[in-house]
Design a protein around this ligand. Sequence first.
Ligand SMILES: Cc1cc2nc3c(=O)[nH]c(=O)nc-3n(C[C@H](O)[C@H](O)[C@H](O)COP(=O)(O)OP(=O)(O)OC[C@H]3O[C@@H](n4cnc5c(N)ncnc54)[C@H](O)[C@@H]3O)c2cc1C
Length: 418
Amino acid sequence: MHNQALSEMLMAPSCWQTQLSCRTAHAGHLPFESDVVIVGAGIGGLAAALRALESGYSVTVLEAGEVGCGASGRNSGFVVPIPSRHSPASLQHLLGENTAPFLAALSDAAQTVIEYAPSDLTVKGWVQPMAGAARGAADELAKNWVRLGAKVEPMEPQELENALGTTEYAEGLLFSDAGAINPLAFVYRLADTVNRKGGHIIERCSAVDVRPQARWVAVQTQRGEIRAGRVFIAGNAYGSAASRKTRRAISPLALTLATFAIPQVCHAEQLLPFSDNRKDMWFARRLGPVKLLTGCLALPLQRSAKCSALLQDRIKRLYGIVAQAPEQQWAGWVGLTPDGMPKIHHDERIIGWSGCNGRGIALSMLMGQTLMDRLCGINGLRLPLSSGTFRTGNALTWLAQMVIALDRRKQRRTVLAS
Ligand SMILES: Cc1cc2nc3c(=O)[nH]c(=O)nc-3n(C[C@H](O)[C@H](O)[C@H](O)COP(=O)(O)OP(=O)(O)OC[C@H]3O[C@@H](n4cnc5c(N)ncnc54)[C@H](O)[C@@H]3O)c2cc1C
């Protein structure tokens, strides 16, 4: 995408950020010491903070901007219990006998998120329609997911049409333990609970350096130093300064989102959130009776107007409606890894991770909880994930953009041919 256009969209507030006012009330004093210091107040950092507080530790969360200003307050809010870019077979190939326990933990995390999120805009159920799939493909895929313990069932064409308001798909899966939330409202609720339980969240306080000493870990911030017993780095794709190390294991890709006023589609009570199986994924959800949220990956040198036009074309194809220009448009960073799984960085008193691959709400919750247990020496769930010692740089970003561009071209040709 054109650099200037992308920078503007990365700075533009998300629909959640314009709806909920920011909470500067968290700009507190930096304590001298804390049992646990967490870098980053997104879903992952705050889930980790709650876990440490529940285990009786004193907790300080440092946030470079405001609570939820990273991906957690800028995403589409789909809560999905399967990793992106993976089929049952590829996941099993990667995780072996750990696949089912990993999916069960992700499903629990997804359900916790959906139950805990404020009910405003919360929807239960998420559909994965299959574009151009052969008849029976959904039955087969559902069987393979169910074998791994996933809570999923195939949908009949009429069911799909009723659930999505489009005849675009004849095959699809319904995940009953998935759904959609208002992600920023969820993050604010997590932050409120951290405050209530005695944690300190300090906004506009970037961790500049994290250095192990003989008896503590010295965390250098813009406002001075804090001594920590242990440190959790939760900067993810928004990692900067002290959390740059965890960001190195991922390749950043920009995802743009937009809202459109389409009352003709959104008035339907039933409309379920969906993300299809195209490489250049089509996805949408209803936000109340008028608004539809959708988006697409940003390609280099693509102007924001071109993104809007692409999304308007998709809306026309899905619902047969000519949508006006988007009401709001913004973008955020997604962290890719070569195998589509998150990477962990752990030494004795410091732990961190990165790499949601665009599907990180349930995953960040799970990672925050389980990695905090590991950092505190609690014998909890062991995630079958590797460490991220390599550096992929921009190669993976470039590859992903090529795949998307080719898929977009293929889709254009199919439309012209039909
Ligand atoms: C446009 C978009 C759409 C998405 N849609 C979905 C979706 O529908 N479903 C889904 O499951 N996932 C989605 N994702 C992914 C999901 O949003 C993320 O995986 C998840 O929010 C990551 O949470 P986090 O807490 O790990 O990171 P973040 O929310 O990014 O939080 C990291 C925080 O760390 C702070 N930070 C970084 N470095 C420092 C430092 N040195 N000192 C202090 N603070 C620091 C940052 O300011 C930031 O607030 C989407 C992502 C994007 C960008």
